[in-house]
Ligand binder design. Structure first.
Ligand code: C5P
Length: 205
């Protein structure tokens, strides 16, 4: 069984994908991490993430960064969003994602284009979303809990900018895939959202 989980930043898709992976005993790939590693590598190389040549060059060495703690930061998320615009970068990361999706045991992948491009043949497609306000509040709470000083308004502005870039890029824009079930988590707690996702997968497989 292939489960595709797509959605915008901080919608809860990562939490849901991890929970589905544990519940159904399927390996999980967080594809955002691949783009984050490319963005971070590009920064470390002193390259311009908006330059397709520099961004593509960063792909070759990005795998060495997959355990870098900086990968999860907001700043790296912004870099990921910039390098992910380039078709050559998306192409370079395609095969790795595709072979993960088609391994025999099945898989859960989360990202932006899993149900549309990477695994259009997925058995179950989920599009996890939430209002900008709800997503910004979650990020804010997370960062405050880590003792990091942040402004709610700044997070909301960042999220909105990233959404805009992800949804309007020409190649593989964030979109609800054909046949995807939309799960809006704005009003749901973590456990409720996970339970709902499990129910959707059970019903669809
Ligand atoms: O999901 P996450 O916030 O880790 O993704 C970081 C960025 O990587 C996204 O904003 C998006 O631009 C890009 N991305 C993508 N396609 C994916 C996963 C992530 O373009 N499948």
């Amino acid at each position: 069984m292939i489960v595709a989980v797509d959605g915008p930043t901080a919608s809860g898709k990562g939490t849901i994908a991890r929970a589905l992976s544990a519940h159904f005993g399927l390996p999980h790939l967080d594809t955002g991490l691949l783009y984050r590693a490319v963005g971070r590598q590009c920064l470390l190389d002193g390259g311009d993430p908006d330059d397709p040549v520099a961004a593509l060059a960063a792909c070759a060495f990005s795998e060495g960064l997959l355990l870098d703690p900086e990968l999860r930061s907001e700043a790296t998320g912004g870099l990921a969003s910039r390098v992910s615009v380039h078709p050559a970068v998306r192409q370079a990361l395609f095969e790795r994602q595709r072979s993960f999706a088609t391994q025999q045991r099945g898989a859960v992948l989360d990202g932006r284009d899993i149900g549309t491009i990477i695994a259009p043949d997925a058995d179950v497609k989920l599009f996890v979303t939430a209002s900008v306000e709800a997503r910004a509040q979650r990020r804010f709470d997370e960062m405050r809990a880590q003792g990091r000083p942040v402004l709610l308004e700044a997070i909301a502005a960042d999220l909105a900018a990233r959404d805009e870039r992800d949804a309007t890029r020409r190649d593989a824009p964030l979109a609800v895939a054909d046949g995807a079930v939309v799960l809006d988590t704005s009003q749901l707690g973590r456990d409720e959202a996970v339970a709902e996702a499990i129910r959707i997968v059970e019903a669809a497989r």
